[in-house]
Design a protein around this ligand. Structure first.
Ligand SMILES: Cc1ncc(C[n+]2csc(CCOP(=O)(O)OP(=O)(O)O)c2C)c(N)n1
Ligand SMILES: [Mg+2]
Length: 546
């Protein structure tokens, strides 16, 4: 068999459904081998977007998403997406071409050492030097991509190797059960929780990667322990739960941090240091039990006293099963913080000023979307408002990036989410800056006939940096730009453009767009004037006076 045919068979053997990307001439053998395959090639307009789509596929399914590019410039365009998948623990396989490695008449034209380039931002990076290695390399790459902590892997298939004949055959895909924490450590964790007076449960990214919600909800219901989550842990337990305190979108000084400060023990399920810290640990301060698939990576702000390593669901179930909670524990302070947090977060939910406040956008979207519908965010200051104020009712229904925190992923991740869940509504929310970083993918979305709502928050600026600039007492400088006419821009791609000029009109446009097919782009003027006064000033002055 030709090596490129074997590569396609190896990917089919792994259950690959889609390959996102842009082929170059070095991939033409592989492309030809894809003819007749069960794998669907999804062409994008930029490799970075293909990488974001593949990573999101991995994030939502737990199976590696696959993306394809040519050598050199195509491969370097994967770099940000690789870092996004690697930091965000999303399983992803990147496959690129390369010039012939045995004999080439093109000198060093377009040649970059991509294997080396990818090494620090992947879990595995290798070149196929012989067609016979394809079965083991592909099997290894997929296994490594999925294994906790999941991430990006890279395989380079040079042109001459792709064209070689090989008689190698594939390996069966053999899964493996995740190891469980042993009794000794569960006993230790239980003793710490029983000894604590004010324990809190924190739910982080790892808990969103596997089905842990049921075990965690039972833990909360059995023990009465209040919980909060990180940005990547949102929705593991329905955030309408009576014991939900809020999301730690900021690392300190938010209203929620009153509860965190008062806690003497945090049972931290699934959080690791790659996410922005939900709180800072201090020497001699509260203790932390790290419950995850792997031990804690130490940091000045994170040095847990106990590691409970193993399958998260099983650890949580065993802890809950053994815990003997004394009924005299008084959690009324946490109940008070919860009431306070809720009243602050919902304060502007009905505010009808226009341009619209991000808080109002959150309330409108929550009202119009069903529990299973998905919102994907790009990276800008509205992310903080969504993380704090948008309640997730189900896991992975607010897709944001709190690891690499890159701009440009919002639209591609919405597209991948819609491909995976055609029956759910998917809304992408981007800033005008982040949207423009991958706006060319509107063409892909229209071509794929995806029904999407794309909201662009128009403030004519890199608003997030403006907010930081103001918070740090710097002069307003260097962050404003002009935007294209987003309505005409959308229409030029065959999408439908909208520009509301009141909250009422936005309401109507949004609900019609959600009910109608096609790609709807809504150019939405946003009012960021409260960012500084609330997120920099108010919460610092009034949080923790509770
Ligand atoms: C690729 C990338 N470049 C730069 C940054 C730094 N950065 C973070 S948010 C931001 C501004 C975002 O502007 P916009 O998308 O318009 O959102 P806004 O905050 O204005 O709503 C910048 C420049 C980043 N996170 N990612
Ligand atoms: Mg902006």
């Amino acid at each position: 068999m030709k090596a490129s045919d074997l590569m396609v068979k190896a990917l089919e053997n792994e259950g690959v459904e889609y390959i996102f990307g842009i082929p170059g001439e070095e991939n033409l053998d592989f492309l030809n081998s894809l003819i007749g395959s069960s794998i669907r090639l999804v062409l994008t307009r930029h490799e970075q977007a293909a990488g974001f789509m593949a990573a999101t596929y991995g994030r939502l399914t737990g199976k590696p998403g696959v993306c394809l590019s040519t050598l050199g410039p195509g491969a370097t365009n994967f770099v940000t997406a690789a870092a996004y998948a690697q930091l965000g623990a999303m399983p992803m396989v990147m496959l690129t071409g390369q010039k012939p490695i045995k004999k080439s008449k093109q000198g060093r034209f377009q040649i970059v050492d991509v294997v080396d380039l990818m090494r620090p931002i992947t879990k595995y990076s290798a070149q196929v030097v012989d067609g016979g290695n394809i079965p083991s390399m592909v099997r290894d790459a997929f296994r490594i991509a999925i294994e906790e902590r999941p991430g990006a892997v890279y395989i380079e298939l040079p042109e001459d190797i792709a064209d070689e004949e090989t008689d190698a055959s594939l390996f069966d895909v053999v899964g493996c059960r995740r190891p469980h924490a042993d009794r000794v450590v569960i006993d230790q964790a239980v003793a710490m929780i029983e000894a604590a007076k004010m324990p809190l449960l924190l739910i982080g990214a790892g808990a969103n990667r596997k089905a842990t919600g049921k075990a965690l909800e039972e833990f909360v219901d059995r023990t009465g322990i209040y919980f909060f989550d990180t940005q990547l842990g949102k929705g593991v337990i329905d955030e309408r739960h009576e014991k939900f305190l809020g999301t730690a979108a900021l690392s300190d000084n938010d209203f929620l941090h009153c509860a965190i400060k008062r806690a003497d023990l945090i049972i931290n399920v699934g959080h690791d240091v790659i996410e922005k810290p939900p709180f800072f640990m201090e020497k001699g301060g509260k203790e932390v039990i790290h419950v995850n698939f792997f031990a804690a990576h130490l940091d000045d702000v994170y040095f847990p006293q106990l590691n409970v390593v193993g399958d998260i669901s099983s650890s949580v179930q065993h802890m809950a099963g053994q815990l003997n909670i004394k009924p005299d524990r008084d959690f009324s302070y946490f109940a008070r913080v919860k009431r306070e947090v809720e009243s602050h977060l919902t304060k502007y939910f009905e505010d009808d000023r226009f341009p619209l406040l991000p808080q109002r956008l959150v309330s409108i979207l929550r009202e119009q979307l069903a529990p299973e519908d998905i919102v994907t965010l790009d990276n800008g200051v509205y992310k903080i408002w969504f993380a704090r104020n948008y309640k997730c009712y189900q896991p992975n229904t607010l897709l944001l990036d709190n690891a690499l925190a890159t701009m440009g992923a919002g639209l591609p991740s919405a597209m991948a989410a819609k491909m995976l869940y055609p029956d759910r509504k998917v809304v992408s929310v981007s800033g005008d800056g982040g949207f423009m970083m991958n706006s060319q993918e509107l063409e892909t979305a229209v071509r794929l006939k995806l029904d999407l709502v794309v909201i662009i928050l128009n403030d004519g600026a890199y608003g997030m940096i403006k907010w930081k600039q103001e918070g740090m007492g710097f002069e307003n400088f260097g962050l404003d730009y002009n935007n294209p006419d987003f309505v005409k821009y959308a229409e030029s791609f065959g999408a439908i453009g909208h520009r509301p000029d009141s909250v009422a009109e936005f309401h109507t446009i949004l609900s019609k767009s959600l009910q109608t097919s096609g790609v709807h782009v809504i150019d939405l003027p946003v009012d960021y004037s409260l960012n500084h006064s609330i997120l920099n000033v108010l919460i610092k002055e009034s949080a923790c006076v509770l």
